[in-house]
Design a protein around this ligand. Structure first.
Ligand SMILES: [Zn+2]
Length: 118
């Protein structure tokens, strides 16, 4: 069974520019890749892949043409559980355990190492 979270190094050429924590979100059914080392915005991570905690909360949104934001997912990741905020469109105020990562995400994260060629 796959882990529930993994760390992915983001390289630009031969330079390590950031480190992301990736997990599959049971609230919005998609992957979140959260910056834990590198440029802002950056989250504080407890260093655990078995029971990860990130602070502050994670908010993903779509900008609307009128300048406002449509919230797609807003949650806290605490001890390996997604605690969904009340303003999230799906599963508001629920606490959901992180599921194992999908196979494609694990293999993609292991094999691709350069996002932006210089
Ligand atoms: Zn989500």
């Amino acid at each position: 069974m796959n882990a529930i979270a993994l760390v992915r190094d983001i390289w630009r050429g031969a330079q390590l520019v950031a480190r992301h924590l990736r997990y599959w979100c049971p609230a919005c059914d998609s992957m979140h890749g959260i910056c834990i080392e590198g440029p802002e915005p950056r989250w504080s991570w407890n260093g655990s892949l078995d029971a990860p905690t990130l602070t502050p909360s994670v908010l993903s949104y779509l900008p609307r043409p009128d300048g406002s934001r449509e919230t797609l997912c807003h949650h806290f990741l605490t001890d390996g559980r997604v605690v969904v905020c009340g303003d999230s469109p799906k599963h508001p105020n629920e606490s959901l355990p992180l599921p194992p990562l999908p196979d494609w995400l694990v293999s993609e994260s292991a094999t691709s190492h350069s996002d932006d060629a210089p």
